[in-house]
Design a protein around this ligand. Structure first.
Ligand code: 13P
Ligand code: SF4
Length: 304
């Protein structure tokens, strides 16, 4: 029987590798990671790291983003089949066609897009910096790819001329307002924290909206003792660790991203051992996809 935890530790040292894990990963995978975080934070770590190998425990677009930001490092993803169905709703061909038909439209891509779609985009955003970034482009005609929920939220809040791609996250979009109101009615003292991939009418009744990292930080700072968590259940692992005295209500135990949960410790071990599955991207995509990410970081990190 392989002791995955200690073997992973040995491999990390031998190969000068780091493990990054998104907050939606299984608890045991988050616990062996060098860094856990949201998509923005993990991409900053990948960009700034001195490691030779980055083992990205997340979904495919996250590992691709790490590769775009650290093209000289070996980026591996333990489960190559861990995709994001929302990212896959925006194909390169369709976005290219849109761009040809609408040459004046400014293309804002959520980080949940493929590298090829980023290569067609003007700027990228994540759930934690979307508002800060969009505030710089309120004079433009915008296409927001691919999350119609976050896009609609931005359009309404900033009164934008913004068209949304019809994509959505099957995990977050599954919930309706009545369901959330019913949980709130049962727990009137609890604060409702939601990810902006939820439907806009739910985001509007929430006590706080933010990226996974922002939600976690909120639970640490808030004096409240009980929270209704409107995002993928994996984040509750970190919330409980950071706040052992507080209570977290999962709206549904099925509020789970199937792709994020594909990665087990065994996958991390074999991926490090065999240095697979490696993310490889053509040089022209690496160069073109870097531009909207670079602009995203310039705006995000200004005056931080
Ligand atoms: P974060 O940017 O909050 O990490 O979210 C990524 C994601 O895939 C949400 O579903
Ligand atoms: Fe994609 Fe939704 Fe899973 Fe996030 S939770 S990776 S948006 S499918």
């Amino acid at each position: 029987m392989i002791d995955y935890k200690s073997e992973i530790e040995k491999l990390k040292k031998e190969k000068n590798a780091i493990i990054l894990a998104h907050y939606y990963q299984r608890g045991e995978v988050q616990d062996i990671a060098d860094f856990t975080g949201d998509s923005l934070y993990l991409s900053q770590i990948a960009r700034d790291s001195d490691a030779d190998i980055i083992c990205f425990c997340g979904v495919h677009f996250m590992a691709e983003t790490a590769k775009i930001l650290a093209p000289n490092k070996k980026v591996i993803i333990p489960r190559f089949d861990a995709g994001c169905p929302m990212a896959d709703t925006a194909t390169y061909e369709d976005v290219l066609q849109y761009k040809k038909n609408n040459p004046d439209t400014f293309i804002v891509s959520y980080v949940n897009t493929t590298a090829k779609v980023k290569a067609l985009s003007d700027v990228c955003v994540t759930s934690s910096n979307a508002e800060k970034i969009i505030r710089n482009f309120t004079d433009k005609k915008i296409l927001y790819i691919p999350d119609k929920n976050l896009g609609s939220y931005l359009r309404k809040k900033y009164n934008l001329e913004l068209e949304t791609w019809p994509g959505f996250c099957y995990v977050h979009d599954r919930f309706d307002l009545d369901e959330m109101l019913a949980v709130k009615k049962e727990n009137p003292e609890a604060l409702m924290l939601v990810h902006p991939e939820m439907k806009i009418e739910i985001v509007e009744i929430a006590d706080f909206v933010g990226s996974t990292k922002a939600l976690l930080e909120f639970t640490k700072k808030s004096p409240a003792k009980k929270f209704i968590i409107g995002t993928e259940n994996g984040i509750i692992h970190q919330m409980k660790k950071a706040n052992p005295d507080k209570e977290f209500i999962q709206v549904k135990s099925t509020f789970s991203c199937f792709n994020m949960k594909k990665t087990h410790l065994a996958d991390v071990y074999y991926s490090l051992l065999n240095e697979m599955s490696e993310i490889k991207l053509p040089p022209e995509i690496l160069t073109a996809a870097y531009k909207p990410l670079k602009l995203m970081f310039e705006i995000t990190e200004k005056n931080e």
